[in-house]
Design a binder for this molecule. Structure first.
Ligand code: GRF
Length: 211
C-alpha cells in the first residue's frame, strides 16, 4: 500500500476528510508548520502521529524546508499531501519530490492562483468558481491538474457562503484524487497533462445563473 504524509497549517478540514475517507493509503503522519493548528488534535484523535515543524524556529525558508524534508524522509511517505498548508515550498524542496507532492487550491486554476481566491472570484463577478487538486511544481499553483469541481456563484454570495460551498467540494475531490493515486490510475500524457485511466467521460454542464 502506498503511503502519505499530510501537511497542514490550521483548521485541517481537508485532512479530516481524507482521514475519514478510508482511502487505501497509509497515513504515516500529519505535519503542521504551526504548533497551534487545530488539525493536530483531530489527527491525534484518529491515532495518527501529529508532528510540528514550526517555521518560526528557522532563520530561512531553505532551513525550514530542509527540516521538513528530513521529517518526511524519516517517515518514508510516497506522497506529500498539502491540505491547507500555507507555506510556499522552495524549488529545492519541490525538486526533491517530483510528481509526489499534491495540493488542493480553492479556485478553478489557472484562475485565481495565490491567496484570497474567494474574495477575488466575487470581485471578478465570475458565475462559476471551484477548486482544483494538482501536482506541485516550482510554478506556484500551476502544476498538472488531477481533478476540479465547479460550483455556481450568486451575486448575493459573500466569502463565507462561497467558501463553504467550495470547501464541501474540496473534501470530495481531494479524497477522489488520492484514491486514483492509490489505485495507480494517474498517468502523465505528453505536455504533463494528467489522465485518469478508466474514468467515464463527464457529460452535462453547469450553467450559472440558472437559465
Ligand atoms: C482550503 O480551502 C484549502 O483549499 C486552502 O486552505 C483551506 C484550508 O482549509 N489551501 P482546511 O485547513 O483544510 O480546513
Amino acid at each position: 500500500m502506498k503511503s502519505i504524509a499530510i501537511l497542514i497549517t490550521g483548521r485541517g478540514s481537508n485532512m479530516h476528510a481524507l482521514i475519514t475517507a478510508r482511502l487505501p493509503l497509509a497515513i504515516k503522519a500529519v505535519i503542521s508548520n504551526r504548533p497551534d493548528a487545530e488539525g493536530l488534535a483531530i489527527a491525534k484523535s484518529h491515532a495518527i502521529p501529529a508532528h510540528v515543524v514550526d517555521h518560526t524556529q528557522f532563520a530561512s525558508r531553505e532551513a525550514f524546508d530542509t527540516a521538513l524534508a528530513k521529517e518526511i524522509d524519516a517517515l518514508g511517505a510516497d506522497y506529500i499531501v498539502l491540505a491547507g498548508f500555507m507555506r510556499v515550498l522552495s524549488d529545492n524542496f519541490v525538486d526533491r519530490y517530483p510528481r509526489r507532492i499534491i495540493n488542493i487550491h480553492p479556485s478553478l486554476l489557472p484562475s485565481f492562483p495565490g491567496l484570497r481566491t474567494h474574495e477575488r472570484a466575487l470581485e471578478a463577478g465570475v458565475k462559476i468558481h471551484g477548486c482544483t487538486v494538482h501536482f506541485v511544481t516550482r510554478a506556484l499553483d500551476h502544476g498538472p491538474i488531477i481533478i476540479q469541481a465547479a460550483v455556481p456563484v450568486s451575486a448575493l454570495d459573500d466569502v463565507n457562503t462561497l467558501s463553504a460551498r467550495v470547501l464541501k467540494e474540496e473534501h470530495r475531490v481531494y479524497a477522489q484524487a488520492l484514491r486514483w493515486l492509490a489505485e495507480g490510475r494517474v498517468e502523465f500524457l505528453p505536455g504533463d497533462v494528467v489522465h485518469i485511466r478508466n474514468v467515464p467521460v463527464v457529460s452535462g454542464s453547469l450553467i450559472a445563473p440558472k437559465e
